[in-house]
Design a protein around this ligand. Structure first.
Ligand code: PEP
Ligand code: MN
Length: 358
């Protein structure tokens, strides 16, 4: 660990840092004559506990931790040969595999949900998305169908054979949602909710963790660290755009963060071009930009009749636009040396053959 120390430090300011570092098992060495850059190396060559960095960072004399990567310990890249590969049903994220998640913003009519699920699966999606518990900015907006929404997702999975990811907002709902869903989504507005992160981690379900509206990459990784610390290794990060100063897109898709994360962490990263774009005509270009930057998948909102939905209709792709995007994704993935995971094959219906007397 490399530390930058504050300029106005006296010997007495630095002493507690040196003492703590030694207590934690680090050898210390100043790298400059002014004693502003301090290197900490573990005596036994080990990595050290995940809590070391935060304990050291809290000391007033420490200005910044200057590591080559800004990833906290549990999420830090372990070298190109050891990426985390997260599997959910037929979806595979990471390790050279790209997967498509698609579906409506919120679960509404069951017929629409099943229609979308069939369409996106046919196009190549390996996971269905749809919110039953919706995190709306206004308390007066549609909040989702709750339990009934979960029941419709379960029904669509049965009918279509497509696993699903859905958001859980409240730590108290985690057992209920984890019982039904194949993957749990922690949305942007919940990224820093530590009790929720612990609870979804404990559930043992794979977790899709979306970056907060104004969260730094390090804060996103620290949120993932909460889940990993429970012993649940299956976390997929999601870049969905951050607050920008311009209104031409709903959010500012941070493709730089996607490129950075591809080397800074072993966790897979997906891009949500829908919430970044806010308008359907911008979804495909942003999706492809995300993949070009190194994403391991996409989560895209799709609806056949965006005009009659209660949330995010303007950014929904039609099933045929999604099909077109999936074709481009397949080609771009190949160009990047990756492969698009394929959906569960359709099982042909078994017809009862009536025995007829010879
Ligand atoms: C969503 O996925 O529908 C959603 C609400 O996303 P976000 O948390 O990124 O706003
Ligand atoms: Mn949405």
């Amino acid at each position: 660990m490399l530390l930058s120390l504050r300029k106005t430090q006296s010997k007495a300011d630095v002493e507690p840092l040196l003492t703590l570092a030694r207590e934690l098992g680090y050898r210390t060495r100043f790298l400059d004559a002014g004693r502003h850059v301090l290197e900490l190396v573990r005596e036994d060559g080990s990595v050290g506990a995940p809590s070391d960095r935060s304990r050291i960072e809290e000391l007033a004399v420490v200005k910044q931790v200057l590591d080559a990567s800004d990833a906290p310990e549990l999420t830090e890249a372990r070298g190109a040969t050891q990426p985390t590969v997260v599997r959910v049903g037929w979806a595979v994220f990471g390790g050279g595999q790209v997967s498509l998640i698609a579906g409506p913003c919120a679960v509404e009519e069951l017929e629409d949900l099943v229609l979308v699920a069939h369409a996106v699966k046919r196009a190549g999606a390996t996971l269905l998305r749809g919110g039953a518990f919706k995190p709306r900015t206004s308390p007066h907006s549609f909040q989702g169908l709750g339990r009934e929404g979960l029941a419709r997702l379960v029904a669509a999975r049965e009918e279509v054979g497509l696993e699903f990811v859905t958001e859980v907002l409240d730590p108290r709902d985690v057992p209920l949602v984890a019982d039904a869903a194949d993957m749990l989504q922690v949305g942007s507005r919940s990224m820093s909710n530590a009790p929720l992160l612990r609870e979804v981690g404990e559930s043992g379900r794979p977790v899709l963790l979306k970056r907060g509206l104004a969260a730094t990459v390090r804060e996103l990784l620290l949120a993932a660290e909460y889940v990993l610390a429970t012993g649940n290794p299956n976390v997929v990060l999601c870049e969905r755009g951050v607050r920008g100063f311009d209104g031409v897109t709903r959010n500012l898709l941070d493709v730089g963060a996607v490129a950075h994360l591809a080397t800074a962490t072993h966790l897979p990263v997906v891009v949500d071009p829908s919430h970044a774009a806010g308008r359907s005509e911008l979804v495909a270009p942003l999706a492809l930009a995300g993949l070009a930057a190194g994403a391991d998948g996409l989560i895209v909102e799709v609806h056949p009749s965006p005009g009659r939905v209660h949330s995010d209709g303007a950014q929904a792709l039609s099933p045929s636009a999604f099909e077109e995007l999936a074709r481009d994704v397949r080609a771009l993935a190949r160009l990047r040396g990756k492969t698009l995971a394929v959906p569960r094959p359709e099982v042909p219906p078994v017809y009862e053959v009536e025995e007829t007397a010879p």
